[in-house]
Design a protein around this ligand. Sequence first.
Ligand SMILES: NC(=O)c1ccc[n+]([C@@H]2O[C@H](COP(=O)([O-])OP(=O)(O)OC[C@H]3O[C@@H](n4cnc5c(N)ncnc54)[C@H](O)[C@@H]3O)[C@@H](O)[C@H]2O)c1
Length: 257
Amino acid sequence: MAARIDGNVAIVTGAGSGIGEAIARRFAEENAAVVIAECNHAAGARVEADIRARGGRALFIPTDVSRAPEVEAMVRRSVAEFGRLDILVNNAAIQILGRLAETSEEDWDRIQSVNLKGVFLCSKYAIPEMLRTGGGSIVNIASVLALVGDPDLAAYCAAKGGVLALTRAAALAYGPLGIRVNAVCPGDVDTPMVRDYFNKDPNPEALRREISSKYALRRIAEPREIAEAALYLASDASSFITGTALVIDGGLTAKCY
Ligand SMILES: NC(=O)c1ccc[n+]([C@@H]2O[C@H](COP(=O)([O-])OP(=O)(O)OC[C@H]3O[C@@H](n4cnc5c(N)ncnc54)[C@H](O)[C@@H]3O)[C@@H](O)[C@H]2O)c1
């Protein structure tokens, strides 16, 4: 079945950059109306303008996903503008390096509030709107770090593991009411988040080559490759899939030794 979201209304959080931007653009190509819920004003406005210039429907709503009043207002405005809500992609997240004992309480709280509480808040306010029109689809962008560890990203790993647990709980609660909830678990994707990580190394290109060599496909992903999976999970093409995590990692976690 083709992945059809023609005429649907989708909120994509963190759509001003990287994976979220690629998802917003891909959904707009499929003729969905896309809300760009993003805290970086310049980035959100740029993606809105680009999608509109290509004839798509897009609305940038400045939003910090960790703040309940902003999320509630963003969902309300999305529905006021486009009349309904069919799809939510919880993509916004931040990454702060740190081993467990070196992570400050402030960094821990910030990561949990954006990466995990943000998923909770956006879903909390989106679900009633989806129920009003008989259902919808929520796609949570988790990470392979929800499944395997990274010693230097303790708080991030914990938040992403929480996203998977929340995905399952929500899928069970709202499946009977017509809402599917799934996650995707990407490996490294060539976005500003990962480029920042490479650039902290004295030799970013050598680090990129070393990391790429760990993948069966010998490269990291392009944002558009994650967007295709988000489109599949958002659309009726995946109509019997809920409560799952789709790993998109070029074979990274297939390997033991
Ligand atoms: N890039 C990777 O390798 C990779 C791998 C696995 C998972 N992921 C996940 O994919 C998602 C997107 O990552 P990316 O690499 O595109 O990151 P990115 O940093 O390029 O983009 C993230 C976007 O989220 C926005 N954002 C941050 N905090 C926000 C907040 N509080 N409210 C609203 N918007 C906020 C940023 O402004 C930015 O536009 C994240 O959930 C990330 O954890 C990324």
